[in-house]
Design a protein around this ligand. Structure first.
Ligand code: PLP
Length: 392
């Protein structure tokens, strides 16, 4: 038996634990009396025409339940390349794309594809999505964390410079960021890109940016999100339809490796190899067919912006401190005591379910997923107020 796997399988992530806790609390107190900000499950519906198309595909497409080619169907990859080209003035083709079971498998596969030695290091920039550590471990890499810029959770280039060395193979960049809600500016990405380019020359090997962007479409106030593959050559982009089309349970996403990546076709072949080794034979056939018809479609995401304002204004008015999120659907709030776990426990007394920040690589904060109904946010504000009073 592999004890590490037993440990990973038995020790649930704190987010999952809180999600289960809140389900129990809702049974006890009623749905509307528990304010569950634990999990990033989209609250907006999948576009209704997609539900119609699914029924139609199941009824009329006799290939719908069959295996697809490992890399994914041609038509879905064509449709995605066309959509990306229209947005970013790029010239991607189906050959730059590999369909995956969401971003999780895309990241795990991409890391496995490029990590080749025990000494290879994967860097994540705090605060970061905790599963990166598991995927880096799965790839056989050493996982290291670049400290956060605690002023605004921007990219801390000085810290990155301290962490990159000849063993660095991958730097993971997640923007819009889970958990901070920050969006890195084009200038920040350009600074990282020119630094990594310099380091590639110095060390004589490729350093990849793994750009994890499941929240790409959830950006506010007209911010233009930088397309990292157009800025840095060795970028492997991992995308998911979990958030943009509210399809997290359907497990569909992709890996994009642009033509400007060194040995692009080999990198993509390595992704296929890694997917094969890990048993990801092909992404859902039904949802490849759905995405082929909806490569440019989006759920109605505007409620997230409304929720962002409601929650930010509600909490800062009380006295809580947090940065105003520019993207994704998370608010990263300073806990009212140093130990975020203790704060989480005290918040539970008010039926507030909040995630402590320690697993995201930063201490003393709480992550609030505001992909909930606006009414939940409105109802939760008095509970936040009572919690605040307990500390003041
Ligand atoms: N990356 C980040 C930053 C996430 O927040 C998530 C899910 O919440 C994922 C990756 C995994 O997404 P998927 O559902 O596509 O596996």
């Amino acid at each position: 038996m592999n004890n590490l796997m037993v440990e990973l399988g038995t020790k649930r992530s704190i987010i999952r634990e809180l999600f289960e806790y809140s389900k129990k609390m809702k049974q006890l107190y009623g749905e509307d009396k528990v304010y569950d900000f634990s999990i990033g499950n989209p609250s907006v519906a999948t576009p209704s025409e997609i539900d119609g198309q699914i029924i139609d595909l199941v009824k009329n497409d006799n290939q719908v339940h069959g295996y697809t080619s490992s890399v994914g169907n041609v038509d879905v990859r064509d449709a995605i390349a066309k959509d990306l080209n229209s947005r970013y003035h790029t010239s991607y083709t189906k050959d730059n794309l590999y369909m995956t079971c969401g971003a999780s498998s895309a990241i795990a596969i991409a890391l496995k594809a490029v990590v080749s030695k025990d000494s290879d290091v994967v860097l994540a920039i705090a605060p970061y999505f905790p599963e990166y550590k598991v995927y880096a471990m799965g790839a056989g890499a050493i996982f290291r964390v670049v400290s956060a810029d605690m002023d605004n959770f921007g990219l801390n280039i000085n810290e990155l410079e301290k962490c990159v060395n000849e063993n660095t193979i991958v730097v993971i960049i997640n923007s819009p960021n889970n958990p901070s809600g920050n969006v890195y500016s084009k200038e920040e990405i350009e600074e990282v890109a020119s630094f990594l380019l310099k380091k590639e020359k110095e060390y004589g090997h490729d350093i990849y940016i793994l750009c994890d962007e499941p929240y790409r479409e959830i950006v506010y106030d007209g911010i233009n999100l930088a397309h990292i593959p157009s800025i840095y050559h060795n970028t492997i982009l991992c995308y998911s339809y979990s958030k943009s089309l509210s399809l997290p349970g359907e497990r569909i996403g992709y890996i994009l490796v642009g033509q400007n990546c060194n040995k692009a076709s080999e990198v993509l072949a390595a992704c296929l190899g890694a997917g094969r080794m890990m048993g990801y034979v092909c992404a859902s056939s039904l949802f490849q067919k759905v995405i082929a018809k909806n490569a440019s479609a989006l759920s109605d995401l505007k409620v997230y912006d409304e929720n962002r304002k409601l929650l930010y204004e509600g909490l800062t008015k009380i006295g809580y401190k947090c940065i105003y999120p520019k993207g994704a659907f998370y608010l990263f709030v300073k806990a009212l005591e140093d130990d975020a776990y203790k704060f989480m426990e005290r918040a539970k007394n008010y039926n507030l379910v909040l995630v402590p920040s320690d697993n995201f690589g930063v201490k003393g904060y709480m992550r609030l997923a505001y992909c909930v109904s606006s009414q939940t946010i409105i109802n939760s504000i008095p509970a936040f107020e009572k919690l605040y009073k307990e500390y003041n």
